[in-house]
Design a protein around this ligand. Structure first.
Ligand SMILES: *Cc1c(COP(=O)(O)O)cnc(C)c1O
Length: 348
């Protein structure tokens, strides 16, 4: 019955190994829904890869990975006074590397945890979090002169679009000055990482990678939904939550996967120009009959939502000339992995 992610384990692991071997210093990122796989599974895979550090998005995610992975744990969200490692066991505290993006946070963190390990984040063209150039220098001096705190380097979070990434990282390194030790970067290309390392032989480059690691070989992944019910319907017959009339003769197909899985909250991965309409359909504000494509493929074609997705199932409209699947048949779904909660993840 489930919305299922099936992973070709051998192929997936080969891809992970290839990326890991090609990028010394790799920091896999495991955050959110675990890129569709779940945080626990990614933590075990990071352990299997033998990487030195794993990054999580938030403090709340730490307890989900700490027992499954043995190395350092970088928290990507900058530390704040309300940061709460939740139920993280005290025995793991020494493995946590904090990200610090404001001078006032640095002072409060050092006060609360004098032996903290921390990375100083520089504000980049992303303009999300981070210190100014002047504050970065102040912070480096402060931590370097501190008797217990451990400076683990600087961090730069770059936009995903191609641009002057390398120049931006070079500028941060220049601001930080010699001897910073490590630079933690996001969204540099392989070539950029190589030239950065070559230009700074005494610097450890730590690429933080999620999507291109876990989801980098889409051929290893298949998402399927299950046909839960099939009903023939005549033109004009009523169906669904709002008693809409069928536009044509055909079949209503009820398949697993609804808003609780993230279905319909995002536009389908394929098909263009439908983003706005798909977003509208999730809010239920649009008469969707025959107008909005679902992420479900039946008989080799992307099918239309008959009405906005329900919580755990979706109603699709199949025109009269389409082949009709049977209850229990699997249909392909093309979803956005980072926004989908699967009922089951099968690793073959
Ligand atoms: C999420 C995140 C990453 C990983 O991003 P991907 O695009 O999934 O590789 C890297 N760095 C930071 C700061 C992030 O928040």
């Amino acid at each position: 019955m489930p919305l299922q992610l099936t992973v070709d384990g051998e192929r997936w692991r080969a891809h992970l190994r290839r990326i890991g071997d090609g990028l010394p210093g790799l920091v896999p990122v495991a955050k959110g829904n675990g890129y569709g796989f779940g945080l626990g599974r990614l933590a075990r895979k990071a352990d299997w890869l033998g990487v030195e550090a794993l990054a999580v998005g938030t403090y709340e995610e730490l307890p989900q990975v700490a027992d499954r992975y043995a190395g350092d744990l970088l928290v990507l969200t900058p530390w704040r006074q309300f940061a709460d490692p939740g139920t993280l066991a005290a025995k793991h505290a020494h493995r946590v590397i904090h990200t610090v993006g404001r001078l006032e946070d640095l002072e409060q963190l050092l006060e609360r945890q004098p032996s903290a390990r921390l990375v100083l984040e520089r504000l980049t063209s992303m303009r999300r979090h981070g210190l100014s150039a002047a504050d970065l220098r102040t912070a480096i001096q402060r931590v370097s002169g501190h008797p217990h705190a451990r400076l683990e380097g600087v961090a730069a979070h770059l936009p995903i679009t191609q641009g002057a990434h390398l120049a931006e990282v070079e500028r941060v390194l220049e601001e930080a000055g010699p001897g910073i030790g490590q630079v933690w970067v996001s969204h540099l290309t392989g070539d950029e990482l190589t030239s950065l390392s070559a230009a700074h032989p005494d610097l450890r480059v730590r690429p933080r990678i999620g999507t291109d690691l876990w989801l980098g070989d889409r051929g290893a992944l298949v998402v399927t939904s299950t046909v839960l019910d099939v009903h023939p319907i005549r033109k004009g017959e009523a169906f669904g939550y709002r008693g809409r009339a069928a536009p044509k003769e055909g079949h209503l197909l009820v398949v697993s996967g609804g808003t609780a899985h993230g279905i319909g909250l995002e536009s389908p991965m394929s098909g263009s120009g439908l983003r706005d309409r798909a977003a509208t359909v999730a809010r239920g504000g649009l008469d969707a009959v025959g107008r909005v494509r679902s992420p479900f493929w039946v008989g080799g074609e992307q099918r239309l939502f008959a009405e906005p997705p329900h919580m755990q199932a979706s109603m699709l409209f199949l025109p009269a000339d389409a082949g009709v699947p049977a209850v229990g048949d699997l249909v392909d779904a093309r979803v956005r992995y980072t926004a989908t909660t699967f009922d089951r993840v099968e690793l073959t």
